[in-house]
Design a protein around this ligand. Structure first.
Ligand SMILES: O=c1[nH]cnc2c1ncn2[C@@H]1O[C@H](COP(=O)(O)OP(=O)(O)O)[C@@H](O)[C@H]1O
Length: 157
């Protein structure tokens, strides 16, 4: 995922006007700006679509692209070295911790942060779809994250 300019976590991507280009062409263009390398995206990579709760004229389309660790590392390097949006719209790529540590560390803590739009739900559906974590582990991570959020909101400031 990435840290966005507004301080929220989200996925690489952006707005596409479907009367001007296909969703996949628009996503490939945004990926090039945000991660600095060409990542070919096709209709077969489409995972889900959803009307945005914040703006009914906006539809969020989510794509999953499987890659090797070497490909991921190349993207991480390019995101800093050559992405035109680095330091502007994107403040850095982040890896999602797919493990549990004591006291909610790892995935639960990650999920307790703030995410743009429905990207948190998109992350959870991708982890489920790719079977990177079991249904039980995901439920437990969400439960611990909610508990942590409640604790934080009680913190005196
Ligand atoms: O990772 C994401 N998942 C779901 N929706 C997102 C995500 N990132 C951005 N959005 C939605 O898309 C809208 C446009 O995002 P953004 O302003 O970052 O696009 P841009 O890169 O074209 O400027 C946001 O207001 C938000 O509702």
């Amino acid at each position: 995922m990435q840290m966005r300019f507004d301080g929220l976590l989200g996925f690489p991507g952006g707005l596409v006007n479907p009367s001007e280009e296909t969703l996949e062409a628009g996503l490939s263009r945004e990926l090039h700006e945000e991660v600095g390398v060409a990542v070919p995206v096709g209709v077969d990579d489409h995972m889900s679509s959803c009307v945005s709760s914040s703006c009914p004229r906006l539809i969020t389309h989510f794509y999953i692209k499987k890659m090797t660790e070497a490909e991921l590392k190349e993207i991480e390097r390019a995101a800093v070295a050559s992405a035109t949006d680095h330091g502007l719209e994107v403040l850095g790529m982040v890896r999602v911790p797919l493990y549990f540590l004591k006291k909610g560390g790892g995935l639960p803590y990650f999920l307790s942060h703030s995410f743009i739009s429905n990207s948190r739900a998109q992350l959870l559906s991708a982890l489920r779809h790719c079977r990177l974590l079991s249904q039980g582990e995901l439920k437990e991570a969400v439960r611990q994250a909610e508990q942590m959020r409640r604790t934080h909101s009680d913190d005196p400031r």
